[in-house]
Design a protein around this ligand. Structure first.
Ligand code: NAD
Length: 377
């Protein structure tokens, strides 16, 4: 079968996952790259051996290129919508990064275009591809836990404490939408829907910002090391500081359509934590604990205390995860394109619901009240 010829727009950190997944798939090949930054385009174009005529600084040119069959959108959040809509209108399948857009209004626009065009797509809520999360979903949805009562979810990272680093776009509302909430919380909010199958009815949120200004990016010159990793050389000392206008942490509670009560602890100030996630799920007949990167290994694991394992003894044990739950994000995208999708990856409808939940949390944090969320779009 002919390989899917992939073009990737935005060649920063997450593009490594999209490109890596493309290079290891038997179903696809990387043929084109795009970045508005010419240095980044050169470094990444050289690294992956992309010919000059398949390197673009304008995403419209990559989308229009007849040698490109499908497209990854790995740009910052403020350009997700415009690029996604252009790709959807072209009819070329789209894998677009999360959070889907800056807010619910943008998400609605993207959703309408997806409905009109019917273009194949996936929103990259990456933790849907963790085998432990998929197995948890299977056990929950096959009734092993009985009625779900609670989910206690944590997603903790530590890099907020790195206050000497140049201010990333993730600290500027106009580019990112929300801070820790959109960056980490969007994954957590999606994962609870994915694992339990329940929808959000209403949410309440408390936001905080510990570090209110950071060294402006304009103090630095961006360079690359020999491995193609970005580094920043300081030009101005002491650096000019810039305001941070988004949340460093977001703590939320939610009521779900299945009657369960959910809490979330989301922060960039979890000292020592790399990419730590832990979701404890309690039902009337059993409980599960999904965790990721607990010991800094980036491994996903599942503990169970349920009838078929050890429910009688009230013990939690790590359970082996059957091979059928193991998968890969980009391979799942290629399966969608080849008509072999398993229905598990997030769609634009899922991304839209997710953005409505993000909006509800922002409104709640600003106004100190519970905010309702539409349970379907
Ligand atoms: N799924 C996940 O787990 C996960 C993890 C990390 C990041 N992300 C998401 O991926 C996206 C990118 O994050 P990142 O960490 O790679 O950012 P990054 O800053 O490292 O890279 C973004 C790149 O996009 C380029 N860019 C900006 N505007 C562009 C445009 N109009 N056209 C072409 N290129 C453009 C920038 O020059 C930069 O090279 C974000 O939405 C982020 O939330 C998702």
């Amino acid at each position: 079968m002919k390989k899917i010829r992939m073009g990737v727009i935005g060649l920063g950190g997450i593009s490594n996952v999209h490109i890596g997944g493309t290079l290891k798939s038997p179903d696809a090949e990387l043929v084109a790259v795009c970045d508005i930054d010419p240095d980044t385009l050169k470094v990444k174009g050289d690294l992956y051996g992309i010919p000059e005529n398949m390197r673009f600084t304008n995403y419209h040119d990559l989308i229009a290129c007849p040698e490109v069959d499908a497209i990854s959108n790995c740009t910052p959040n403020n350009v997700h919508k415009e690029i996604a809509i252009a790709v959807l209108k072209s009819g070329k399948p789209l894998a677009s990064e999360k959070p889907m857009t800056l807010n619910g209004a943008e998400a609605e626009e993207m959703y309408r275009v997806a409905q009109e065009t019917g273009t194949k797509h996936m929103i990259c809520f990456s933790y849907r591809f963790k085998a432990a999360a998929r197995y948890a979903r299977h056990l929950i949805q096959s009734g092993e836990l009985g009625t779900i009562r609670h989910v206690y979810g944590q997603y903790l990272q530590a890099w907020g404490e790195f206050t000497q680093m140049p201010k990333a776009w993730r600290y500027t509302k106009a580019v990112t939408g929300t801070g820790a909430l959109g960056d980490l919380g969007s994954h957590a909010v999606d994962l609870v829907r994915f694992m339990t199958g329940a929808e959000y009815e209403d949410m309440v949120a408390h936001f905080g910002t510990f570090v209110k200004e950071r060294p402006a990016l304009s103090n630095y010159k961006m360079n690359y090391d020999e491995k193609g990793q970005r580094k920043y050389d300081k030009l101005v000392d002491p650096p000019v500081m810039e305001e941070v206008d988004v949340d460093d942490f977001s703590h939320m509670m939610a009521n779900m359509t299945n009657g369960s009560s959910v809490t979330f602890e989301i922060t960039r100030f979890g000292f020592g934590r790399g990419n730590y996630q832990r979701f404890e799920i309690y039902g009337s007949k059993g409980a599960l604990v999904y965790d990721l990167d607990c010991e800094g290994t980036n491994e996903d694991r599942l503990q169970a205390c349920i009838g078929s394992f050890n429910g009688q003894t009230h013990q939690f044990n790590y359970v082996p995860i059957p091979d059928q739950f193991k998968t890969d994000q980009m391979q799942s995208f290629f399966d969608i394109i080849n008509g072999k999708g398993d229905g598990m990856p997030a769609t634009i409808s899922d991304g839209y619901i997710n953005m409505l939940a993000m909006d509800a949390c922002e409104e709640s944090a600003a106004e100190g009240k519970w905010v309702k969320i539409p349970t379907k779009v």
